[in-house]
Design a protein around this ligand. Structure first.
Ligand SMILES: Cc1cc2nc3c(=O)[nH]c(=O)nc-3n(C[C@H](O)[C@H](O)[C@H](O)COP(=O)(O)OP(=O)(O)OC[C@H]3O[C@@H](n4cnc5c(N)ncnc54)[C@H](O)[C@@H]3O)c2cc1C
Length: 460
């Protein structure tokens, strides 16, 4: 069906390149426009985010004819979570649980590696890669010359073409200050983070300080160093962590800030963190910033009246705490390729509008909800106060809670505390009251990790 129909994709981030390869594999004639050349995309800037994917997004990658990296990236089979309040002698341990995901693995892959490999596949498959900065005038020309034009330029580039949808946008400012860092020197064996659970270095870790924010570590595939670890810090506005994150100005100072925050707040994990080292040759292995979660009207019209569709972060940007941005872009791309393949008519405004509405109802709206749940949004705090203790009491419910990062749709059906309790009971196989009556008391074990013990790196 794709033969002789042309597609332009603007922006060669993870979403744009994935869509471009997917359209090419579906038989379309595809041109990918990028403001940066391939070497610059790979080596002269940071990854856009950690971009962990779970089952649904990995399935979308496979549908597009892409590698999902399961088996290449260090495997991640679950999540360890510790919640506490206060620091030092004032600290109170609130919750401590470690759950396995239900039948899938997560993978964290350097977006620069994915982009570079997918551009390679795109070129081998006969796609055209054009390096140019696309402004509104150039976009108008591109849209007039192609049957379908997609804009995947991230949160900044060209996004003004797509007005903010106030009815779907909840926040008017960032909810967290972010610090991202990729490091090496720590393996992925069971001796790493062994004090948090039997799976050790095969589980992501969360340290949730109810006042300061969240610290997350996850196994990662770095573009050059290979198996490594990614850190994400989420600092609440006005917190000490926010002030500290603000002092990071390069990869070395970011590493120092991360180590000191663990020394002062999360000392039970410190031996692992103190073992980490910088990745030689990658001064861009860090990122500092913030995201105002925003949903846009995804269909725009160029100066001469050509409709274009926003993809990925250009359409919806999320706070990364719910790991929805990269995943949503891949799912949106896969839905679009599948629909275009079976569509014989023009890719007009109505068709584009229907595609985005389909994505919104099947993924986007729920992805916004799961992000709000993990942010502790006041509208969701009553669910969070139920879900996190329930996860500590029931591994089955814990798996369901973190399964929402893969498929957040169940949240669409939870509009009251009664519905939330019903969801807990359904997933746990026992009533919420029974569960909540046996939430184990948290008492954090400390790491006794010694660096030389960890020679192993497990890859699926
Ligand atoms: C700290 C952090 C952690 C994250 N963790 C996760 C996670 O665990 N899981 C998850 O799913 N998501 C995560 N995300 C979100 C995820 O990283 C992004 O949603 C995703 O990478 C966005 O990809 P994109 O291709 O849509 O946009 P981008 O990666 O921003 O790509 C846009 C591309 O367009 C190019 N461009 C811009 N303007 C122009 C122009 N005018 N002309 C031509 N080209 C242009 C840019 O140079 C860039 O190459 C995280 C984000 C952050 C910040």
């Amino acid at each position: 069906m794709g033969q002789n129909r042309s597609v332009a994709v603007v922006g060669a981030g993870q979403t744009g390149v994935s869509a471009a390869v997917g359209f090419l594999n579906a038989g379309f004639d595809v041109t990918l426009f990028s403001d940066r050349d391939r070497v610059t995309l790979r080596n002269r800037g940071p990854a856009t985010g950690t971009a962990v994917t779970f089952a649904e997004a990995q399935a979308a990658e496979r549908e597009l004819g892409l590698d999902d990296y399961v088996g290449r990236a260090p495997r991640v089979t679950g999540q360890s979570t510790r919640m506490f309040t206060g620091a030092g002698t004032e600290r109170q341990d609130v919750l401590d649980f470690d759950v396995d995901y239900d039948g899938f693995q997560a993978v964290g892959v350097d977006t620069r590696l994915k982009v570079d490999e997918r551009i390679g596949e795109f070129l081998v498959g006969g796609g055209r890669f054009v390096v140019t900065v696309v402004d509104a005038d150039v976009l108008d020309d591109i849209a007039s010359a192609h049957d379908l034009t997609l804009v995947a330029t991230g949160r900044a580039g060209l996004s003004e073409l797509f007005a903010v949808d106030r009815s779907r946008t909840v926040y008017d400012r960032p909810q967290r200050r972010l610090l991202m860092l990729t490091v090496t020197g720590l393996g992925h064996g069971t001796d790493v983070f062994a004090h948090r659970g039997l799976a050790g270095g095969e589980h992501n870790t969360f340290a949730i300080d109810t006042e300061q924010g969240e610290l997350w570590w996850g196994p990662y595939l770095h573009k050059d160093a290979g198996p490594s670890w990614s850190f994400l810090g989420f600092a609440k506005p006005g917190s000490d962590w926010e002030r500290r994150f603000g002092t990071a100005h390069d990869v070395a100072s970011a590493h120092r800030v991360v180590t000191e925050v663990h020394r002062d707040y999360v000392e039970w994990d410190l031996p692992e963190i103190a073992s980490t080292t910088l990745i030689p040759g990658d001064p861009h292995a860090w990122l500092r910033g913030s995201v105002t979660p925003t949903v846009r009207h995804a269909v725009g019209v160029t100066a001469s009246g050509h409709p274009v569709l926003a993809l990925g972060d250009t359409a919806i940007s999320y706070d990364p705490i719910g790991a929805q941005g990269a995943q949503g872009g891949l799912i949106q791309a896969a839905q679009l390729v599948a629909a275009a393949r079976g569509h014989a008519g023009p890719f007009d405004q109505n068709w584009l509008h229907d595609r985005f509405e389909h994505f919104w109802t099947t993924r986007g709206a729920a992805a916004v909800l799961v992000t709000r749940l993990f942010l502790g949004d006041p509208d969701f705090v009553q669910y969070g106060q139920l879900f996190f203790p329930a996860a500590a009491a029931s591994p089955r419910f814990g798996a369901a809670l973190f399964g929402l990062l893969s498929d957040p749709k169940p949240l669409l059906g939870i509009g009251s505390r009664a519905a939330a309790r019903h969801y807990v009971a359904e997933k746990a196989g026992e009533s919420a009251d029974t569960l909540l009556a046996r939430v184990p008391a948290a008492n954090f074990r400390y790491s006794s990790y010694r660096r030389q013990e960890s020679a192993r790196t497990s890859v699926a």
